[in-house]
Design a protein around this ligand. Structure first.
Ligand code: S3P
Length: 434
């Protein structure tokens, strides 16, 4: 476990080039494995989570060659074929996306595999994928608590399904859509609120027929064509710097070539609603399907906002940094409908309450809500990422938001940032000029 010390920022004005998008990189590797022929991926995420997906695919017999730091070539054999049962357990490490999407992919193949992960991943709910995959005819077992390890015995003759998901989760939706490629007819997933639609867009890019309308998506099973894809930058990684820029009048950050999937741009909606100036210059979509653009944020005086329903879902991974930023806004910020935050790499509502209080920020929570009272002059603190990458980074930004001269903060377990953004502390130091 490593510790990082971060001093207050004096002035923030710069450009940051963030690494490739984690969600799209996982899917590019998985869809490339299901396509018949050679796929090329550029600007892939260097995240430990994505490396876990590549390693698991190799263990299932897929030829995956990496050209560090960010390129892959892989050969798929087609949907549900050419895979072999791995010799050992598939280690999904800290990655819920790896576990849930691979469970779906393997449910539609002939092989048997056991998917496991670290202490955090073993705590996270898996019945949300086990239930629909079983309903399609795959054999899937979880622990009695409905958690990992998962055993999957797949089948290439799954039953088509219409599934009304009780949770708004792109991972659940994607697991079902991947299994549905081996089903005997069209499969439909209906979500309570639409989530990021990377899987649908990328399946379309591979020539699969996908019909989407609002919170409902239908997939018609069929073969996938291999592809070449340059993955856009990760807006979730960019959010830490964009939020920092938003916090003070005169501060500015520009992140070029980041993904702007509508299921992910809640952070930009929130920054604008809080009063920040947000400028987006659109570019060519990645693979013809994923929106991409340059985003520039300029700080102003911020005010508190209410985030609920679909905006909560569209900013789900950014809520920790939004809560930190809310401490700098005039008035209350209320994050509602956010019970899913308790099921992430940590209980993020509990983590926010503990950390924000150490920084001197009054806040309170209920099962699904967090309220942050601003504005506050943050005090330097000794904070803990507790194995959650988003907190390694959110606490670093909080430390930078301590008023100049206020002293440095310490972040324990800062190495967790590598789960999504290995170069984060280097890029932050460059931006802060330290
Ligand atoms: C992801 C979906 C979200 C998100 C996670 C990545 C994805 O999880 O929090 O970081 O790539 O599909 P849920 O689908 O569980 O909400």
């Amino acid at each position: 476990m490593t510790q990082e010390r971060v001093s207050p920022a004096v002035r923030v004005d710069g450009d940051v080039s963030v690494p490739g998008d984690k969600s799209i990189s996982h899917r590019a590797l998985i869809l490339g494995s299901l396509a018949k022929g050679r796929t090329y991926i550029g600007n892939s995420s260097p995240a430990a989570d994505v490396i876990a997906t590549a390693t698991c695919l190799r263990a299932c017999g897929v030829w995956v060659r990496d050209f560090p730091p960010s390129r892959y070539a892989l050969d798929g054999a087609g949907v549900g074929v050419g895979l072999r049962s791995p010799d050992g357990v598939l280690d999904c490490a800290n990655s819920g996306t790896t576990m849930r999407l691979l469970a779906g992919m393997l449910a539609g193949s002939d092989i048997e595999a056991i998917l496991d992960g670290d202490v955090s991943l073993r705590r996270r709910p898996m019945t949300r994928v086990v239930d629909p995959l079983r309903a399609m005819g795959a054999e899937v077992d979880a622990s009695p608590e409905g958690t990992a390890p998962l055993r999957v015995q797949g089948s290439r003759a799954l039953k088509a399904l219409t599934w009304r998901s009780p949770v708004a989760s792109a991972q659940v939706k994607s697991a079902i859509l991947l299994a549905a490629l081996s089903a005997d007819g069209p499969t439909t997933v209906i979500e309570p609120v639409p989530t990021r639609d990377h899987t649908e867009r990328m399946l379309g890019m591979c020539g699969v027929e996908v019909v989407s309308s609002g919170a409902e998506v239908t997939i018609h099973p069929g073969p996938l064509e291999p592809f070449g894809l340059r993955v856009p930058g990760d807006l979730s990684s960019a959010s830490f710097f964009l939020a920092l820029a938003a916090s003070r009048p005169g501060w500015r950050v520009r992140c070029t070539g980041v993904g702007l999937n509508p299921g992910r741009t809640g952070i930009l909606t929130v920054l604008e609603a809080m009063g920040a100036a947000v400028q987006v210059d659109e570019r060519e979509p990645a693979g013809g399907v994923e929106p991409v653009g340059d985003v520039e944020v300029r700080g102003t005086g911020l005010h508190g906002v209410t985030i609920s329903r679909s905006l909560t879902v569209r900013s789900i991974d950014e809520l920790p940094i939004i809560a930190v930023l809310a401490s700098q806004a005039e008035g209350d910020t209320e994050i509602r409908d956010a019970g899913e935050l308790r099921n992430k790499e940590s209980d993020r509502i509990a983590m926010l309450e503990t950390g924000l209080r150490l920084l001197g920020v009054p806040c309170e929570s209920s099962a699904e809500t967090l309220v942050v009272h601003g504005p506050v002059r943050l005090r330097p603190a000794h904070l803990d990422a507790a194995g959650d990458h988003r907190f390694a980074m959110a606490w670093a930004i909080a430390a930078a938001l301590v008023p100049a001269g206020g002293g440095e903060s310490v972040i324990d377990g800062a190495d967790a940032a590598a789960v999504s953004y290995p170069g984060f502390f280097t890029d932050l130091a460059t931006l802060l000029g330290s």
